[in-house]
Design a binder for this molecule. Structure first.
Ligand code: MCA
Ligand code: AMP
Length: 472
Protein backbone atom coordinates (compact mmCIF):
# COMPACT_ATOMS: atom_id res chain seq x y z
CA UNK A 1 0.00 0.00 0.00
CA UNK A 2 2.27 2.81 -1.24
CA UNK A 3 1.78 6.00 0.77
CA UNK A 4 2.08 8.41 -2.14
CA UNK A 5 0.28 6.32 -4.78
CA UNK A 6 -1.49 9.07 -6.69
CA UNK A 7 1.56 11.31 -6.71
CA UNK A 8 3.58 8.87 -8.78
CA UNK A 9 0.67 7.36 -10.66
CA UNK A 10 -1.24 8.43 -13.71
CA UNK A 11 -3.19 11.61 -13.00
CA UNK A 12 -4.52 14.61 -14.82
CA UNK A 13 -1.93 17.22 -13.94
CA UNK A 14 -3.43 20.60 -13.12
CA UNK A 15 -0.93 23.46 -13.00
CA UNK A 16 -2.25 24.27 -9.54
CA UNK A 17 -2.65 20.78 -8.07
CA UNK A 18 -1.09 22.26 -4.95
CA UNK A 19 -1.67 25.90 -4.03
CA UNK A 20 -0.34 27.34 -0.80
CA UNK A 21 -0.76 30.93 0.18
CA UNK A 22 -0.96 31.98 -3.47
CA UNK A 23 1.93 29.88 -4.88
CA UNK A 24 1.10 26.87 -7.06
CA UNK A 25 2.79 23.64 -8.20
CA UNK A 26 1.59 20.89 -10.51
CA UNK A 27 2.04 17.32 -9.33
CA UNK A 28 4.83 16.81 -11.80
CA UNK A 29 6.63 19.90 -10.51
CA UNK A 30 6.12 18.76 -6.93
CA UNK A 31 7.43 15.29 -7.73
CA UNK A 32 10.49 16.70 -9.55
CA UNK A 33 11.34 19.13 -6.75
CA UNK A 34 10.71 16.53 -4.04
CA UNK A 35 12.92 14.02 -5.85
CA UNK A 36 15.71 16.63 -5.83
CA UNK A 37 15.30 16.80 -2.04
CA UNK A 38 15.24 12.99 -1.85
CA UNK A 39 18.57 12.86 -3.71
CA UNK A 40 20.11 15.12 -1.06
CA UNK A 41 18.69 13.40 2.01
CA UNK A 42 18.71 9.70 1.05
CA UNK A 43 20.38 7.68 3.81
CA UNK A 44 19.99 10.35 6.52
CA UNK A 45 18.68 9.08 9.88
CA UNK A 46 15.87 11.67 9.94
CA UNK A 47 14.94 14.91 8.16
CA UNK A 48 13.58 17.81 10.19
CA UNK A 49 11.43 20.26 8.25
CA UNK A 50 10.80 23.84 9.35
CA UNK A 51 7.09 23.50 8.78
CA UNK A 52 5.84 26.89 7.70
CA UNK A 53 2.73 26.81 5.50
CA UNK A 54 4.69 26.98 2.25
CA UNK A 55 5.26 24.91 -0.88
CA UNK A 56 8.84 24.38 0.35
CA UNK A 57 7.50 22.48 3.35
CA UNK A 58 5.46 20.15 1.14
CA UNK A 59 8.39 19.62 -1.22
CA UNK A 60 10.68 18.76 1.72
CA UNK A 61 8.18 16.42 3.37
CA UNK A 62 7.46 14.54 0.15
CA UNK A 63 11.22 14.40 -0.56
CA UNK A 64 11.86 12.75 2.78
CA UNK A 65 9.03 10.28 2.19
CA UNK A 66 10.27 9.40 -1.31
CA UNK A 67 13.75 8.66 0.07
CA UNK A 68 12.34 6.67 2.99
CA UNK A 69 13.83 9.09 5.54
CA UNK A 70 11.67 9.72 8.64
CA UNK A 71 10.29 13.26 8.54
CA UNK A 72 10.23 15.42 11.68
CA UNK A 73 8.08 18.55 11.26
CA UNK A 74 9.36 21.41 13.39
CA UNK A 75 6.78 24.02 14.50
CA UNK A 76 8.09 27.21 12.88
CA UNK A 77 7.36 29.36 15.92
CA UNK A 78 9.04 27.03 18.41
CA UNK A 79 11.57 28.70 20.63
CA UNK A 80 15.13 27.48 21.22
CA UNK A 81 14.23 25.13 24.08
CA UNK A 82 11.54 23.22 22.18
CA UNK A 83 13.49 23.27 18.92
CA UNK A 84 16.66 21.87 20.52
CA UNK A 85 14.70 19.13 22.22
CA UNK A 86 12.97 18.04 19.00
CA UNK A 87 16.17 18.10 16.93
CA UNK A 88 18.25 16.27 19.53
CA UNK A 89 15.63 13.69 20.53
CA UNK A 90 14.71 12.82 16.93
CA UNK A 91 18.32 12.49 15.82
CA UNK A 92 17.59 14.64 12.76
CA UNK A 93 20.79 15.25 10.79
CA UNK A 94 19.33 17.88 8.48
CA UNK A 95 16.79 20.70 8.74
CA UNK A 96 14.98 21.58 5.53
CA UNK A 97 13.87 25.18 5.14
CA UNK A 98 13.03 27.68 2.42
CA UNK A 99 15.97 29.45 0.75
CA UNK A 100 16.85 32.49 2.83
CA UNK A 101 14.82 31.28 5.83
CA UNK A 102 15.86 30.93 9.46
CA UNK A 103 19.11 29.33 10.67
CA UNK A 104 19.36 25.68 11.43
CA UNK A 105 19.73 25.58 15.23
CA UNK A 106 22.86 23.44 15.40
CA UNK A 107 21.75 21.01 12.70
CA UNK A 108 22.91 21.22 9.09
CA UNK A 109 20.50 23.35 7.04
CA UNK A 110 19.02 22.11 3.77
CA UNK A 111 17.66 24.97 1.68
CA UNK A 112 14.75 23.79 -0.49
CA UNK A 113 14.17 25.25 -3.94
CA UNK A 114 10.79 24.27 -5.44
CA UNK A 115 12.16 25.07 -8.93
CA UNK A 116 14.79 22.31 -8.70
CA UNK A 117 14.07 19.06 -10.59
CA UNK A 118 15.38 15.48 -10.42
CA UNK A 119 14.08 12.22 -11.85
CA UNK A 120 15.72 9.51 -9.72
CA UNK A 121 13.42 6.56 -9.09
CA UNK A 122 13.24 5.39 -5.49
CA UNK A 123 11.98 1.97 -4.49
CA UNK A 124 8.93 2.10 -2.21
CA UNK A 125 10.23 1.92 1.38
CA UNK A 126 8.99 -0.91 3.63
CA UNK A 127 5.38 -0.40 4.72
CA UNK A 128 6.38 -0.59 8.37
CA UNK A 129 9.19 1.96 7.97
CA UNK A 130 8.81 5.19 9.93
CA UNK A 131 7.11 7.94 7.93
CA UNK A 132 7.08 10.63 10.59
CA UNK A 133 8.12 11.40 14.10
CA UNK A 134 5.47 13.86 15.34
CA UNK A 135 6.14 15.73 18.58
CA UNK A 136 3.18 16.04 20.89
CA UNK A 137 2.64 17.17 24.46
CA UNK A 138 2.00 14.97 27.45
CA UNK A 139 0.73 16.30 30.77
CA UNK A 140 4.26 16.98 31.96
CA UNK A 141 7.74 17.31 30.51
CA UNK A 142 8.98 18.04 27.02
CA UNK A 143 6.96 16.90 23.96
CA UNK A 144 7.25 13.21 23.05
CA UNK A 145 8.02 11.97 19.55
CA UNK A 146 5.23 9.70 18.29
CA UNK A 147 6.66 7.28 15.71
CA UNK A 148 4.20 6.90 12.83
CA UNK A 149 4.61 4.08 10.32
CA UNK A 150 3.94 4.71 6.63
CA UNK A 151 1.35 1.92 6.57
CA UNK A 152 -0.56 3.55 9.46
CA UNK A 153 -0.92 6.74 7.42
CA UNK A 154 -1.92 4.85 4.28
CA UNK A 155 -4.52 2.83 6.23
CA UNK A 156 -5.94 5.99 7.81
CA UNK A 157 -6.17 7.91 4.55
CA UNK A 158 -7.81 4.94 2.86
CA UNK A 159 -10.41 4.64 5.62
CA UNK A 160 -11.08 8.40 5.58
CA UNK A 161 -11.45 8.45 1.80
CA UNK A 162 -14.11 5.75 2.17
CA UNK A 163 -15.91 7.50 5.04
CA UNK A 164 -15.96 10.89 3.34
CA UNK A 165 -16.24 9.70 -0.30
CA UNK A 166 -13.04 11.67 -0.88
CA UNK A 167 -11.81 11.36 -4.49
CA UNK A 168 -9.66 13.03 -7.12
CA UNK A 169 -12.75 15.06 -8.04
CA UNK A 170 -12.47 17.00 -4.78
CA UNK A 171 -10.66 20.24 -4.10
CA UNK A 172 -9.54 20.25 -0.48
CA UNK A 173 -9.30 23.61 1.30
CA UNK A 174 -7.78 24.39 4.68
CA UNK A 175 -5.29 26.74 6.33
CA UNK A 176 -4.07 24.61 9.21
CA UNK A 177 -0.49 24.34 10.46
CA UNK A 178 1.70 21.82 8.61
CA UNK A 179 3.31 20.20 11.65
CA UNK A 180 0.39 18.15 12.95
CA UNK A 181 -1.71 15.21 11.83
CA UNK A 182 -4.66 17.41 10.87
CA UNK A 183 -2.98 19.91 8.54
CA UNK A 184 -0.09 17.78 7.26
CA UNK A 185 -1.01 14.09 7.24
CA UNK A 186 -4.70 14.56 6.36
CA UNK A 187 -4.52 18.00 4.82
CA UNK A 188 -1.52 17.45 2.52
CA UNK A 189 -0.81 13.73 2.21
CA UNK A 190 -4.55 13.00 2.03
CA UNK A 191 -4.86 15.29 -0.98
CA UNK A 192 -1.75 13.82 -2.62
CA UNK A 193 -2.92 10.27 -2.05
CA UNK A 194 -6.51 10.71 -3.24
CA UNK A 195 -5.38 12.88 -6.16
CA UNK A 196 -7.57 15.81 -5.09
CA UNK A 197 -6.37 19.39 -5.56
CA UNK A 198 -5.28 21.25 -2.46
CA UNK A 199 -5.75 24.92 -1.65
CA UNK A 200 -3.97 25.95 1.55
CA UNK A 201 -5.11 29.40 2.61
CA UNK A 202 -2.01 30.31 4.66
CA UNK A 203 -4.12 30.97 7.74
CA UNK A 204 -7.51 29.41 8.43
CA UNK A 205 -9.59 32.58 8.11
CA UNK A 206 -13.28 32.69 7.18
CA UNK A 207 -12.48 35.01 4.25
CA UNK A 208 -9.78 32.66 2.97
CA UNK A 209 -12.10 29.66 3.14
CA UNK A 210 -14.92 31.59 1.43
CA UNK A 211 -12.69 32.69 -1.44
CA UNK A 212 -11.17 29.25 -2.12
CA UNK A 213 -14.15 27.63 -3.86
CA UNK A 214 -13.40 24.07 -2.72
CA UNK A 215 -15.53 20.98 -2.27
CA UNK A 216 -13.99 19.57 0.93
CA UNK A 217 -13.06 21.82 3.87
CA UNK A 218 -11.07 20.96 7.01
CA UNK A 219 -11.06 23.05 10.19
CA UNK A 220 -10.65 22.91 13.94
CA UNK A 221 -13.71 24.03 15.96
CA UNK A 222 -12.22 27.51 16.51
CA UNK A 223 -12.12 27.96 12.74
CA UNK A 224 -15.73 26.77 12.31
CA UNK A 225 -16.86 28.99 15.16
CA UNK A 226 -15.27 31.99 13.41
CA UNK A 227 -16.86 30.97 10.09
CA UNK A 228 -20.26 30.64 11.78
CA UNK A 229 -19.82 34.15 13.19
CA UNK A 230 -19.27 35.50 9.66
CA UNK A 231 -22.53 34.73 7.82
CA UNK A 232 -21.32 36.17 4.53
CA UNK A 233 -18.27 33.90 4.45
CA UNK A 234 -20.31 30.93 5.69
CA UNK A 235 -22.90 31.29 2.92
CA UNK A 236 -20.16 31.06 0.33
CA UNK A 237 -19.47 27.51 1.51
CA UNK A 238 -22.93 26.40 0.34
CA UNK A 239 -21.43 25.07 -2.90
CA UNK A 240 -19.03 22.79 -1.00
CA UNK A 241 -19.64 19.06 -0.64
CA UNK A 242 -18.40 18.39 2.88
CA UNK A 243 -17.27 20.47 5.88
CA UNK A 244 -15.16 18.48 8.33
CA UNK A 245 -14.34 19.41 11.93
CA UNK A 246 -11.81 17.79 14.23
CA UNK A 247 -8.97 18.12 16.76
CA UNK A 248 -11.29 19.27 19.56
CA UNK A 249 -15.00 19.06 20.38
CA UNK A 250 -17.27 20.98 18.00
CA UNK A 251 -19.81 22.80 20.19
CA UNK A 252 -23.41 21.89 19.27
CA UNK A 253 -24.42 25.58 18.72
CA UNK A 254 -21.57 25.96 16.21
CA UNK A 255 -22.66 22.74 14.44
CA UNK A 256 -26.20 24.06 14.18
CA UNK A 257 -25.29 27.56 13.06
CA UNK A 258 -22.94 26.21 10.41
CA UNK A 259 -25.61 23.82 9.13
CA UNK A 260 -28.18 26.64 8.96
CA UNK A 261 -25.85 29.05 7.14
CA UNK A 262 -24.19 26.64 4.70
CA UNK A 263 -26.83 23.94 4.28
CA UNK A 264 -24.23 21.34 5.32
CA UNK A 265 -24.35 19.49 8.62
CA UNK A 266 -20.62 19.22 9.37
CA UNK A 267 -18.81 15.90 9.58
CA UNK A 268 -17.11 15.49 12.97
CA UNK A 269 -14.21 13.15 13.43
CA UNK A 270 -12.01 12.21 16.36
CA UNK A 271 -8.33 11.38 16.48
CA UNK A 272 -4.98 11.75 18.16
CA UNK A 273 -1.42 12.18 17.01
CA UNK A 274 -0.75 8.67 18.32
CA UNK A 275 -3.71 6.96 16.66
CA UNK A 276 -4.38 9.19 13.65
CA UNK A 277 -8.10 9.62 12.93
CA UNK A 278 -10.09 6.70 14.29
CA UNK A 279 -13.77 7.65 14.57
CA UNK A 280 -15.91 9.75 12.22
CA UNK A 281 -19.39 10.41 10.96
CA UNK A 282 -19.75 9.41 7.30
CA UNK A 283 -20.64 11.31 4.15
CA UNK A 284 -23.51 8.88 3.54
CA UNK A 285 -24.55 8.52 7.19
CA UNK A 286 -26.14 10.45 10.02
CA UNK A 287 -24.25 13.55 11.21
CA UNK A 288 -25.36 13.95 14.79
CA UNK A 289 -24.43 17.14 16.67
CA UNK A 290 -22.10 16.40 19.61
CA UNK A 291 -21.14 12.98 18.25
CA UNK A 292 -18.00 11.84 16.44
CA UNK A 293 -19.75 8.86 14.82
CA UNK A 294 -18.45 5.37 14.16
CA UNK A 295 -15.00 3.71 14.14
CA UNK A 296 -13.31 3.85 10.74
CA UNK A 297 -12.80 0.65 8.75
CA UNK A 298 -10.36 -1.61 10.62
CA UNK A 299 -10.46 0.41 13.87
CA UNK A 300 -11.72 -1.19 17.09
CA UNK A 301 -12.77 0.81 20.16
CA UNK A 302 -13.74 -0.07 23.72
CA UNK A 303 -14.57 1.70 26.96
CA UNK A 304 -12.86 0.76 30.19
CA UNK A 305 -13.79 1.87 33.71
CA UNK A 306 -11.37 3.21 36.32
CA UNK A 307 -11.35 -0.28 37.83
CA UNK A 308 -10.23 -1.77 34.51
CA UNK A 309 -13.59 -3.43 33.90
CA UNK A 310 -15.35 -3.14 30.53
CA UNK A 311 -18.01 -0.41 30.29
CA UNK A 312 -21.15 -1.21 28.27
CA UNK A 313 -22.05 0.63 25.05
CA UNK A 314 -25.42 1.83 26.31
CA UNK A 315 -25.31 5.53 25.46
CA UNK A 316 -24.96 6.46 29.15
CA UNK A 317 -22.01 4.74 30.78
CA UNK A 318 -18.76 6.65 30.75
CA UNK A 319 -15.31 5.08 30.40
CA UNK A 320 -11.84 5.67 29.05
CA UNK A 321 -11.74 5.20 25.28
CA UNK A 322 -9.19 2.64 24.15
CA UNK A 323 -8.28 1.97 20.53
CA UNK A 324 -6.78 -0.87 18.50
CA UNK A 325 -6.18 -1.14 14.77
CA UNK A 326 -3.86 -0.42 11.84
CA UNK A 327 -3.65 3.36 12.28
CA UNK A 328 -1.92 3.28 15.67
CA UNK A 329 1.60 4.62 16.15
CA UNK A 330 4.55 2.33 16.97
CA UNK A 331 5.45 4.04 20.24
CA UNK A 332 7.21 7.11 21.63
CA UNK A 333 10.79 7.69 20.60
CA UNK A 334 13.27 7.12 23.46
CA UNK A 335 10.42 6.93 26.00
CA UNK A 336 9.81 3.35 27.17
CA UNK A 337 8.27 4.82 30.34
CA UNK A 338 5.63 6.68 28.34
CA UNK A 339 4.99 3.57 26.21
CA UNK A 340 4.42 1.48 29.30
CA UNK A 341 1.74 3.93 30.42
CA UNK A 342 0.10 4.30 27.03
CA UNK A 343 -0.50 0.65 26.12
CA UNK A 344 -2.56 -1.97 27.90
CA UNK A 345 -1.22 -5.50 28.45
CA UNK A 346 -3.46 -6.74 25.61
CA UNK A 347 -2.16 -4.18 23.11
CA UNK A 348 -4.81 -1.43 23.18
CA UNK A 349 -3.88 2.25 23.24
CA UNK A 350 -5.19 4.32 26.14
CA UNK A 351 -6.38 7.62 24.65
CA UNK A 352 -6.88 9.42 27.97
CA UNK A 353 -10.22 10.62 26.58
CA UNK A 354 -13.46 9.84 28.35
CA UNK A 355 -16.32 8.76 26.11
CA UNK A 356 -19.77 7.22 25.81
CA UNK A 357 -20.72 4.71 23.10
CA UNK A 358 -24.36 4.24 22.12
CA UNK A 359 -26.05 0.95 21.33
CA UNK A 360 -25.97 2.17 17.70
CA UNK A 361 -22.16 2.44 17.90
CA UNK A 362 -22.09 6.26 17.83
CA UNK A 363 -19.28 7.70 19.96
CA UNK A 364 -19.50 10.84 22.06
CA UNK A 365 -16.31 12.31 23.56
CA UNK A 366 -17.14 13.60 27.04
CA UNK A 367 -13.78 15.09 27.98
CA UNK A 368 -10.24 14.26 29.00
CA UNK A 369 -9.29 12.21 32.02
CA UNK A 370 -6.55 14.70 32.98
CA UNK A 371 -6.99 18.45 33.53
CA UNK A 372 -3.31 18.80 32.58
CA UNK A 373 -3.77 18.20 28.86
CA UNK A 374 -5.21 21.37 27.37
CA UNK A 375 -6.74 21.81 23.89
CA UNK A 376 -6.62 25.42 22.78
CA UNK A 377 -7.59 26.29 19.21
CA UNK A 378 -7.09 22.58 18.44
CA UNK A 379 -3.51 22.62 19.73
CA UNK A 380 -2.60 20.09 22.40
CA UNK A 381 -0.65 21.69 25.22
CA UNK A 382 0.71 20.08 28.39
CA UNK A 383 0.14 22.19 31.50
CA UNK A 384 3.40 20.81 32.96
CA UNK A 385 5.50 22.02 30.04
CA UNK A 386 4.19 25.58 30.35
CA UNK A 387 4.59 25.49 34.13
CA UNK A 388 8.22 24.36 33.76
CA UNK A 389 8.91 27.19 31.29
CA UNK A 390 7.38 29.72 33.69
CA UNK A 391 9.43 28.35 36.59
CA UNK A 392 12.59 28.92 34.55
CA UNK A 393 11.95 32.67 34.89
CA UNK A 394 14.05 34.12 37.73
CA UNK A 395 11.09 36.09 39.14
CA UNK A 396 8.76 33.05 39.36
CA UNK A 397 8.56 31.10 42.60
CA UNK A 398 5.76 28.78 41.51
CA UNK A 399 3.24 28.35 38.72
CA UNK A 400 0.14 26.35 37.86
CA UNK A 401 -1.48 26.29 34.42
CA UNK A 402 -5.07 25.41 33.53
CA UNK A 403 -7.23 25.36 30.40
CA UNK A 404 -10.15 27.68 31.14
CA UNK A 405 -13.33 27.29 29.08
CA UNK A 406 -13.21 29.75 26.18
CA UNK A 407 -15.86 30.34 23.53
CA UNK A 408 -13.39 30.97 20.70
CA UNK A 409 -10.55 28.59 21.56
CA UNK A 410 -12.41 25.84 23.43
CA UNK A 411 -9.90 26.23 26.23
CA UNK A 412 -7.57 29.17 26.89
CA UNK A 413 -4.29 28.80 28.75
CA UNK A 414 -4.44 30.63 32.07
CA UNK A 415 -1.36 30.70 34.30
CA UNK A 416 -1.45 31.26 38.05
CA UNK A 417 1.96 32.51 39.08
CA UNK A 418 3.49 33.17 42.49
CA UNK A 419 6.03 35.92 41.77
CA UNK A 420 9.41 36.20 43.44
CA UNK A 421 10.32 39.76 42.56
CA UNK A 422 8.92 42.30 40.12
CA UNK A 423 7.44 40.78 36.98
CA UNK A 424 4.36 41.41 34.81
CA UNK A 425 2.00 38.99 33.08
CA UNK A 426 3.10 40.31 29.67
CA UNK A 427 6.75 39.62 30.45
CA UNK A 428 5.92 36.07 31.44
CA UNK A 429 3.77 35.49 28.35
CA UNK A 430 6.61 36.69 26.14
CA UNK A 431 9.07 34.51 28.07
CA UNK A 432 7.00 31.36 27.41
CA UNK A 433 6.45 32.26 23.74
CA UNK A 434 10.20 32.62 23.24
CA UNK A 435 11.14 29.32 24.83
CA UNK A 436 8.28 27.09 23.66
CA UNK A 437 5.88 27.73 20.75
CA UNK A 438 3.79 30.89 20.47
CA UNK A 439 0.56 28.90 20.80
CA UNK A 440 1.73 27.58 24.18
CA UNK A 441 1.91 31.02 25.77
CA UNK A 442 -0.73 31.87 28.37
CA UNK A 443 -3.59 34.06 27.22
CA UNK A 444 -3.88 35.31 30.78
CA UNK A 445 -1.48 35.41 33.74
CA UNK A 446 -2.87 35.84 37.26
CA UNK A 447 -0.33 36.79 39.91
CA UNK A 448 -1.20 35.23 43.28
CA UNK A 449 0.47 35.14 46.72
CA UNK A 450 0.20 31.34 46.82
CA UNK A 451 -1.32 28.40 44.99
CA UNK A 452 -4.19 26.46 46.58
CA UNK A 453 -2.92 23.02 47.58
CA UNK A 454 -4.38 19.95 49.27
CA UNK A 455 -2.91 18.30 52.37
CA UNK A 456 -0.47 16.34 50.20
CA UNK A 457 0.81 19.54 48.58
CA UNK A 458 -0.89 18.91 45.23
CA UNK A 459 -2.18 22.05 43.47
CA UNK A 460 -6.00 22.15 43.41
CA UNK A 461 -6.40 22.65 39.67
CA UNK A 462 -10.17 22.21 39.73
CA UNK A 463 -10.41 25.18 42.11
CA UNK A 464 -8.20 27.26 39.81
CA UNK A 465 -10.34 26.23 36.83
CA UNK A 466 -13.50 27.40 38.56
CA UNK A 467 -11.80 30.68 39.45
CA UNK A 468 -10.47 31.17 35.92
CA UNK A 469 -13.96 30.56 34.52
CA UNK A 470 -15.56 33.07 36.90
CA UNK A 471 -13.00 35.85 36.47
CA UNK A 472 -12.98 35.96 32.66
C1 MCA B 1 -2.08 34.23 20.11
N1 MCA B 1 -1.97 35.56 20.05
C2 MCA B 1 -1.72 36.03 21.28
C3 MCA B 1 -1.69 34.90 22.14
N2 MCA B 1 -1.90 33.81 21.38
N3 MCA B 1 -1.53 37.25 21.74
C4 MCA B 1 -1.30 37.41 23.05
N4 MCA B 1 -1.27 36.40 23.93
C5 MCA B 1 -1.45 35.15 23.51
N5 MCA B 1 -1.39 34.18 24.40
C6 MCA B 1 -2.06 36.38 18.85
C7 MCA B 1 -1.58 35.68 17.61
O1 MCA B 1 -0.18 35.69 17.53
C8 MCA B 1 -2.22 36.55 16.54
O2 MCA B 1 -1.46 37.69 16.34
C9 MCA B 1 -3.54 36.94 17.15
O3 MCA B 1 -3.40 36.69 18.55
C10 MCA B 1 -4.72 36.16 16.58
O4 MCA B 1 -4.25 34.99 16.05
P1 MCA B 1 -5.07 33.99 15.13
O5 MCA B 1 -4.08 33.19 14.36
O6 MCA B 1 -6.21 34.56 14.42
O7 MCA B 1 -5.74 33.16 16.14
P2 MCA B 1 -5.16 32.35 17.24
O8 MCA B 1 -6.16 32.59 18.29
O9 MCA B 1 -3.76 32.61 17.56
O10 MCA B 1 -5.24 30.90 16.60
C11 MCA B 1 -6.43 30.25 16.27
C12 MCA B 1 -6.17 29.19 15.21
C13 MCA B 1 -4.98 28.34 15.68
C14 MCA B 1 -5.83 29.86 13.91
C15 MCA B 1 -7.42 28.36 15.07
O11 MCA B 1 -5.21 27.99 17.03
C16 MCA B 1 -4.72 27.15 14.83
O12 MCA B 1 -4.17 27.25 13.74
N6 MCA B 1 -5.10 25.96 15.31
C17 MCA B 1 -4.95 24.70 14.62
C18 MCA B 1 -4.29 23.69 15.50
C19 MCA B 1 -4.20 22.33 14.83
O13 MCA B 1 -4.02 22.23 13.63
N7 MCA B 1 -4.33 21.28 15.61
C20 MCA B 1 -4.34 19.92 15.07
C21 MCA B 1 -3.57 19.02 15.96
P3 MCA B 1 -1.01 38.15 14.89
O14 MCA B 1 -2.30 38.32 14.13
O15 MCA B 1 -0.27 39.44 15.14
O16 MCA B 1 -0.16 37.05 14.37
S1 MCA B 1 -3.66 17.33 15.27
C22 MCA B 1 -4.95 16.70 16.12
O17 MCA B 1 -5.49 17.30 16.99
C23 MCA B 1 -5.59 15.38 15.83
C24 MCA B 1 -4.87 14.31 15.19
C25 MCA B 1 -6.85 15.66 15.16
O18 MCA B 1 -7.86 15.11 15.64
O19 MCA B 1 -6.85 16.42 14.21
P1 AMP C 1 -3.58 15.73 19.26
O1 AMP C 1 -2.67 14.71 19.68
O2 AMP C 1 -3.10 17.10 19.16
O3 AMP C 1 -4.00 15.20 18.02
O4 AMP C 1 -4.82 15.78 20.23
C1 AMP C 1 -5.64 14.68 20.42
C2 AMP C 1 -6.76 15.02 21.32
O5 AMP C 1 -7.64 15.96 20.71
C3 AMP C 1 -7.64 13.86 21.66
O6 AMP C 1 -7.07 13.05 22.66
C4 AMP C 1 -8.91 14.55 22.08
O7 AMP C 1 -8.83 14.97 23.42
C5 AMP C 1 -8.96 15.76 21.18
N1 AMP C 1 -9.87 15.60 20.04
C6 AMP C 1 -9.57 15.38 18.76
N2 AMP C 1 -10.69 15.35 18.01
C7 AMP C 1 -11.73 15.53 18.84
C8 AMP C 1 -13.15 15.60 18.68
N3 AMP C 1 -13.73 15.52 17.49
N4 AMP C 1 -13.91 15.78 19.78
C9 AMP C 1 -13.34 15.90 20.99
N5 AMP C 1 -12.02 15.86 21.21
C10 AMP C 1 -11.21 15.69 20.14
Amino acid sequence: MALLTALQGDYGDAADALRIDGRALSREELLGAATAVADRVAGAPALAVLARPTVETVVAVVGGLLAGVPVVPLPPDSGPKEREHILRDSGAALLAHAVGDAGSGGVQGLPVDPAERAATTYAEPAADATGFVLYTSGTTGAPKGAVIRREAIAADLEALAAAWQWTAEDTLVHGLPLFHVHGLLLGVLGALRTGSRLVHTGRPTPAGYAAAGGSLYFGVPTVWSRVAADPEAARRLTSARLLVSGSAPLPVPVFEKLAALTGHAPIERYGMTESLITVSTRADGERRPGSVGLPLDGVRTRLVGEDGAPVPSDGESVGELQIAGPTLFSGYLNRPDADAEAWTADGWFRTGDVAVIGADGFHRIVGRASVDLIKSGGYRIGAGEVEAALRDHPAVADAAVVGAPDEDLGQAIVAYVVPDGAVTGEQLTAFVAERLSAHKRPRRVVLVPELPRNALGKVLKKQLLTEAGEKK
